[in-house]
Design a protein around this ligand. Structure first.
Ligand code: NDP
Length: 315
């Protein structure tokens, strides 16, 4: 049978390019988990995806009710779950004030980390039940949460500190809206959320890989300077960022090629190793990359897991 893969945020950018690549392979049925149904439908059509290769299901990661509803709907659809790709993200580099999810968590960490954490925890049982030979849970990471690289050292740097803000619920009222308890900074909140994504992937690996055989992986697909992720940046930045990445840092990758990379992590028979953070070299060959000290801190991973469980009512 065809594989069945859920991709969050498949209505644009990397998620859409990956959906297209997998749908075209003829080996996958893609469940596009998106907050804007019409946008997702138009996006699927615009890249020429054939109707029989995809299903759109509503998911708003900034609402825990919506996450739970999505999981119920998916279970009722009767489809197996072979691979889950946590790809959606918000990035608010120019925001002066924090905004919040339905439950009152700061929006970037609430969406990118907490929404996906609940989603993957609730779907783990579905994956366990699938008879697919190579089951995978993939959480898209980023170099920006990776302080052992040049790009990861552009200030403000990611830093989760002692998690006091996360512990307090990131609500900006009686606690800080930032994980480390500091003042709100939209760019840092995004980077922190990506560190949480990479820590979560490794904690999943430690807790569940041996028993379930599921492959847990993260990746940095390259700098896809043209996606909607930068939609909230100032116009001059949006104009100069793509050529800067193309000609100066040479980290630029097109949406299509980045989609092919993520599609490899979904289905390539050689990328089955669990607990790995994949990256690609100049010749577009995949390799196991090193994570920064914080993004590979075992103790911190356990703490982020436990505090997140508490916030989400999972423990
Ligand atoms: P896009 O902004 O193009 O895509 C993000 C997707 O997330 C959109 O489809 C968006 O939906 C969706 N989304 C946002 N909020 C929610 C929500 N509350 N519920 C459901 N879906 C939501 O950016 P990219 O394609 O660049 O980003 C995809 C991933 O790649 C992210 O995890 C990002 O961190 C990562 N990444 C990107 C890099 C880059 O250079 N662009 C580099 C490294 C990693 P909608 O269409 O409705 O807005």
């Amino acid at each position: 049978r065809k594989g069945s893969v859920i991709i969050t945020g498949a209505s644009s950018g990397l998620g859409l390019a990956t959906a297209k690549s997998l749908a075209e392979s003829g080996k996958w049925h893609v469940i596009m988990a998106c907050r804007d149904f019409l946008k997702a439908e138009k996006a699927a059509k615009s890249v020429g995806m054939a109707k029989e290769n995809y299903t759109i299901m509503h998911l708003d990661l900034a609402s825990l009710d919506s996450v739970r509803q999505f999981v119920d709907n998916f279970k009722r659809s009767g489809r197996p779950l072979d691979v889950l790709v946590c790809n959606a993200a918000v990035y608010q580099p120019t925001a002066k004030e924090p905004s919040f999810t339905a439950e009152g968590f700061e929006l970037s960490v609430g969406t990118n980390h907490l929404g996906h954490f609940l989603l993957s925890r609730l779907l783990l049982d579905e994956m366990k039940q699938s008879d697919y030979p190579s089951k995978r849970l993939i959480i898209v990471g980023s170099i920006t949460g990776n302080t052992n690289t040049l790009a990861g050292n552009v200030p403000p740097k990611a830093n989760l500190g002692d998690l006091r803000g996360l512990q307090g619920g990131l609500n900006g009222l009686n606690t800080s809206s930032m994980i480390d308890g500091g003042d709100f900074d939209g760019a840092k909140a995004y980077k922190d959320s990506k560190v949480c994504n990479m820590l979560t992937m490794q904690e999943f690996h430690r807790r569940y890989h041996e028993d379930t055989g599921i492959t847990f992986a993260s990746l940095y697909p390259g700098c896809i300077a043209t996606t909607g992720l930068f939609r909230e940046h100032i116009p001059l930045f949006r104009l100069l960022f793509p050529p800067f990445q193309k000609f100066i840092t040479k980290g630029y990758v097109s949406e299509e090629d980045a989609g092919k990379r993520l599609a490899q992590v979904v289905s390539d028979p050689s990328l089955t190793k669990s607990g790995v953070y994949w990256s690609w070299n100049k010749d577009s060959a995949s390799f196991e990359n090193q994570l920064s000290e914080e993004a590979s801190d075992v103790e911190k991973a356990r703490k982020v897991w436990e505090v997140s469980e508490k916030l989400l009512g999972l423990s």
